[in-house]
Design a protein around this ligand. Structure first.
Ligand SMILES: [Zn+2]
Length: 209
């Protein structure tokens, strides 16, 4: 089976699924439920680049929590994972870093992330890596997760515990400007919430050195 869903696509489908199940739990009105389901299906159709009848049919047949969990599990085989990156590749992405702190990659679930990120508490630097068709994009900023606050994350656009991520961005005439954004404190939950890959790409483009 061809893999055609990004991790963000999977998150989006899950969100739609929970909307339908929530409606089911709060209403007995068949017409209302059909309408909610109809909207959810068309939202999914718009997100996918090609029509996936099999997937949509399975989506429409979800009746309860157990069905929902089985459905989520079945999406894994369609998911394009983040192409695993090695410590060596990370080192070459961040060439200028003499003592790059490499995260533990052995335990990473590559089908669960749209981006890889880690924080080095010695240098207060946060690293972000994205991948598309085997090409990696690297981002580095200064972060202070100890000063967390409530706010909207610039990556997943959800309200949550966030901290400032500050990148130096090259502007006109080679002048550097510090550019700050609030992003999720917890990289794992940010990846769980991120249902629109374009939001991540926009964030990365804005912060590229
Ligand atoms: Zn986030």
């Amino acid at each position: 089976m061809e893999q055609f869903l990004t991790v963000a696509n999977v998150r989006f489908i899950e969100k739609q699924m929970w909307k339908v199940l929530k409606a089911k739990a709060s209403s007995q009105d068949a017409a209302v439920l059909d309408a909610v389901k109809g909207i959810a299906v068309s939202e999914i159709e718009q997100q996918l680049t090609m029509p996936q009848m099999e997937l949509l049919k399975a989506f429409e047949q979800i009746e309860d929590r157990v069905g929902a969990e089985l459905f989520i599990e079945s999406l894994k085989r369609y998911t394009i994972p983040f192409q695993p990156i090695s410590p060596k590749q990370l080192q070459s992405l961040f060439k200028k870093e003499k003592k790059l702190h490499i995260p533990n990659l052995a335990s990473q679930d590559w089908t669960a992330i749209s981006y890889l990120s880690w924080y080095d508490s010695r240098t207060h630097r946060q690293y972000i890596v994205t991948e598309r068709e085997g090409n990696y994009t690297a981002l580095r900023g200064v972060a202070e997760p100890q000063y967390r606050t409530k706010g909207i994350c610039a990556i997943c656009h959800e309200q949550t515990d966030v901290h400032l991520f500050t990148a130096k961005v090259k502007g006109k005439e080679d002048q550097f400007t510090a550019y700050s954004n609030y992003i999720c404190d917890n990289v794992q939950t940010c990846n769980q919430r991120l249902s629109d890959y374009e939001k991540l790409e926009t964030f990365v483009q804005r912060n590229l050195i």
